[in-house]
Design a protein around this ligand. Structure first.
Ligand SMILES: *Cc1c(COP(=O)(O)O)cnc(C)c1O
Length: 212
């Protein structure tokens, strides 16, 4: 068995929960490196740059309609059209300006993606994401004013040794909004995230190996 497929299957059996979706984060890797996992039948893949994702996945998605592509990186509002055309999920909805542009382009093209609101769960100055105090208003703005399909919250917690507290806080916020999906957990901390009922884990290096 291919090494990547083997690592993926090991993680899947470790998670052992069909409600949890594994997003194989393929950023920086060439399609040749990723292909064994596509051939294996896996359908959820994550990228963090629009242009890189386009060149890697545009043609593949045309022939493999089952692929679900997740935008997990910072989305600039001038890349909205390309992003809506290519991706199925966006995990990094983090500003009103971005939400406005996404809604406008969705309306123009009759396309509906699934969105996670990125929350700045550790209240870090340098990190993107909606502040906890603004989350309710932002959520209602997106859903009621713009009719954006918000399915859950997403966060990248600070690396401060308190990941489990941040995961727990995000899960509580998610529940308070009545949301069903939760995007949290990366290679280093997904098992912790799963204790708080994450439904989408974003795994890169633990599947594809070290990024160079
Ligand atoms: C790169 C990335 C991941 C995957 O990170 P690993 O530690 O390699 O699993 C997950 N989420 C986001 C937002 C990322 O940018």
């Amino acid at each position: 068995m291919n090494l990547i497929v083997k690592r993926f299957e090991n993680i899947k059996s470790l998670i052992n929960n069909s409600n949890v979706k594994i997003i194989a984060v393929s950023k920086t890797f060439t399609y040749g490196h990723i292909k064994p996992l596509v051939d294996h039948g896996h359908v959820h893949f994550g990228e963090n740059k629009v242009q890189e994702a386009q060149s890697k996945w545009h043609e593949i998605k045309k022939i493999n309609l089952k692929i679900n592509l997740h935008m997990i990186g910072k989305l600039q509002s001038n890349k909205v059209k390309e992003a809506v055309d290519l991706f199925d999920y966006i995990h990094s909805l983090d500003s009103q300006k971005l939400a406005d542009r996404l809604a406008k382009y969705e309306n123009a093209t009759n396309k509906k993606l699934k969105y996670f609101i990125q929350v700045n769960i550790g209240n870090e100055k340098q990190k993107s994401g909606i502040g906890i105090d603004l989350l309710d208003d932002f959520y209602y703005y997106c859903t009621k004013e713009l009719s954006i399909n918000i399915i859950g919250l997403m966060a990248i917690p600070p690396n401060d040794g308190n990941e489990s507290i941040h995961f727990k806080n995000l899960a509580v916020l998610n529940k308070s909004l009545g949301l069903k999906e939760l995007s949290m957990g990366m290679s280093g901390d997904f098992q912790e995230a799963l204790k708080y009922e994450s439904t989408f884990v974003r795994l890169g290096s633990s599947i594809f190996g070290k990024r160079v």
